[in-house]
Each structure stands twice: as C-alpha cells, then as structure tokens.
Design a protein around this ligand. Structure first.
Ligand SMILES: [Zn+2]
Length: 198
C-alpha cells in the first residue's frame, strides 16, 4: 500500500458521521494493527451488507431479508404501527424496547421548501397497511416537532380519517425525528407511554 492508498482510506473514513480526520486516522491505524481480528471481519461484514441489505417491502426497515426481522417476529403487536421519519428513529426506538408494535419508515417529512410531496415519501404504503380489517388498531406518529414534521403528521392524520383506527403522537416536547438517537431509553419509553390522540 502506498501513502496515497492510506490517505484515500483515511479520507473515506472521515466521511462517516461522527468521524473527523483525526478519528479516521486512528480507526485506520487500529484496523492495520488488527488485520486478522478486526479488518478481515469488517471487510466481510461490509461486503455482506453491500450485497444483501435492502429495504423491507412492508415497513422500510433495512434487513438482509424481506420482510424484515421485526415484521416477521410473531411476538410483535401487529395492531400498532409506529410511524417514523428515518431508520435512525426506528433503531433508537428498537434499542429502547419502547415499541412492541410494528414500524413504518416514511423516509423523511413533507417539505414545501425542499419540494418533498406525499409521493416522495412512503405514505401510500402506510395508507395501504393501516387497515382495521388487517387488525391495525393504532397508528402512532413519532414525527419531529418541526414545522415539516407536524405538517406531515397532520397530512397522515387527515388521510387516515374515517378509519376505525386510533391516531396518536408522542408526548409533546420530545425532540424526535433524527434526534431520537440522542434520547436515553427511559425518555423514549416515557414519550411513547404518554402519547396522546391527534
Ligand atoms: Zn419490516
């Protein structure tokens, strides 16, 4: 490996969220020092992820299988769908164990400014899934407290109106939507428990 190759590797690592140039250099050094025990398994895991991971056709979660492990899990409460903006939110909720239902990843929020309309988000698939005849009784909107997040929440609520489904949202004052990740599990669980109707 020439110096240029190493530089390129460090630059690639530095593109990852949370890694600046200094931590990227440390990460690359650690990998080189632990070539067999760390670098080789990492290469295999990256390769596997690149080849096999795809969005779940039902909820939008990422998994090597479709439907994803959450959608396939017989222990989940299939009467509840928790709607989130992104995967980071889903993973944060999953880590906290706060939600025993299923999820639906919208892939963002409606935004007039950025030209994001309902067709750009996974809203049609949510409307198709949120069917009382399929046993769905509640849709929880875990969307951010931003203007766009709330616009999206109201849009989804309007579209679900008239169905025999409870529509609720997280307790107010909880920063969510890409920020769920920074909340501790207790706060997340409390926010979900204190949810209120739209
Ligand atoms: Zn799924």
């Amino acid at each position: 490996m020439t110096g240029n190759d190493l530089d390129q590797l460090i630059q690639l690592f530095a593109k990852l969220p949370g890694l600046g140039p200094r931590s990227a250099r440390r990460a690359v050094l650690a990998l080189i020092k632990r070539r067999e025990t760390l670098m080789a398994p990492l290469i295999r895991a990256l390769q596997n992820t690149a080849e096999r991971v795809k969005p779940c056709g039902a909820c939008g979660n990422l998994d090597t299988q479709d439907p994803c492990a959450i959608c396939r899990d017989p222990e989940r409460d299939r009467s509840i769908i928790c709607v989130v903006e992104g995967l980071g939110d889903l993973w944060a909720l999953e880590r906290s164990g706060a939600c025993r239902g299923l999820y639906h990843v919208l892939g963002g929020t409606l935004s007039a400014l950025d030209g994001v309309g309902p067709d750009e988000l996974n809203i049609a698939s949510l409307l198709a899934r949120a069917d009382p005849k399929e046993g769905v009784a509640e849709v929880i909107l875990g969307l951010s407290a931003t203007v766009d997040g709330q616009t999206t929440a109201h849009y989804v609520t309007e579209r679900l109106m008239g169905r025999d489904i409870v529509i609720s949202r997280f307790a107010h004052g909880v920063p969510i939507g890409g920020e769920l990740d920074y909340l501790d599990d207790g706060t997340l669980t409390a926010a979900l428990k204190a949810r209120r109707p739209m």
